[in-house]
Design a protein around this ligand. Structure first.
Ligand SMILES: Nc1ncnc2c1ncn2[C@@H]1O[C@H](COP(=O)(O)OP(=O)(O)O)[C@@H](O)[C@H]1O
Ligand SMILES: [Mg+2]
Length: 277
């Protein structure tokens, strides 16, 4: 049975906290995240190999670079390793071999606080992101811990709740929300920290077409350096991203502009991604 252990939940909570806390810190004290290098590498992955314990590698020889301004889709059939790769990028999992470099900093246990202060990461399961008694507290949690005044943190949170149609739910707990509403609340808690790199795992899960459109509009307006989005929502990805990485057989089989790829139903089908299903 696929049960999540308490330790796993605590790990995820602590990761979320670290990420959220560290991002805000970066916004107030990290001027090296400059805007003066338009083509600088923001995320570099070189020859990454990752295997779950006692198993064959699920990711092999993964190499790619995200540059400033990139909006990239991470595609691949269910089980192709998208979530595993994203969790490697934020240091939640450690590759067996290979390098990950975020804004010039190699991802290693001792650099994790530095690395995570640059990244806004949303888990595939929004429940992993929401742990406070109310949604409002979930969204103010990170800013409050970085010294933003209660009034300002609350104003920012209420604006985000309004943006995501959740004003009426501010004082409810996550388990009283629908799956789609939890997804939006989790995204609000990340955006409250105004991250410079955004990594989202299946952000449209549970959202209806109107909210998927709204989320696309929100993401397109965000002033972030790079966005990487894992999703199987191909048409939506085509509206939000410009480039696609496709995982299959543990490797990146395609790294190309997304629009021509979305026109190539045969290739997508071969990669386990039938376009209209
Ligand atoms: N905790 C785990 N232990 C062992 N194998 C895992 C674990 N999590 C995922 N896997 C396996 O790793 C592969 C990739 O999973 P995942 O990264 O979740 O894929 P995706 O996000 O593309 O659906 C799958 O075969 C999955 O069964
Ligand atoms: Mg996944």
């Amino acid at each position: 049975m696929n049960r999540v252990s308490t330790k796993d939940v605590m790990n995820r909570v602590s990761t979320t906290l670290n990420i959220e806390l560290s991002i805000l810190k970066s916004l107030t004290s990290n001027p090296q995240l400059s805007t003066d290098k338009p083509h600088a590498a923001v995320v570099e992955v070189e020859n990454l190999v990752y295997a779950y314990s006692q198993q064959e590698p699920v990711l092999q020889e993964i190499s790619f670079t995200l540059k400033k301004g990139d909006r990239v889709a991470l595609m691949g059939a269910t089980g192709s390793g998208k979530s595993t790769l994203l969790e490697n990028l934020i240091g939640l999992k450690q590759p067996q071999t290979g390098k990950i470099i975020i804004n010039g900093i190699p991802v290693e246990p001792q650099t994790l606080p530095q690395v995570r202060r640059q990244i806004g990461f949303s888990f595939q399961d929004a429940n992993d992101q929401l742990f406070m008694p109310t949604i409002l507290e979930d969204i103010t949690f990170g800013p409050r811990n970085y010294g933003i005044s209660p009034a300002e943190a609350s104003d920012r949170a209420r604006q985000l709740l309004a943006d995501f149609g959740l004003e009426a739910y501010a004082n409810r707990s996550a388990h009283e929300l629908s799956g789609g509403q939890r997804r939006l609340a989790a995204l609000a808690s990340i955006l409250a920290l105004e991250p410079t790199i955004l990594i989202l795992d299946e952000p449209t899960n549970g959202l209806d077409p109107a909210w998927r459109r709204h989320l696309a509009q929100v993401l397109l307006k965000l002033p972030v350096e790079a966005i990487l989005i894992a999703s199987h929502d191909l048409h939506w990805l085509g509206r939000v991203t410009k480039r696609a990485l496709v995982l299959s057989g543990g490797r990146i089989q395609i790294d190309s502009d997304i629009q021509p790829l979305l026109q190539d139903g045969t290739t997508l089908d071969q990669l386990g991604l039938p376009i209209d299903w």
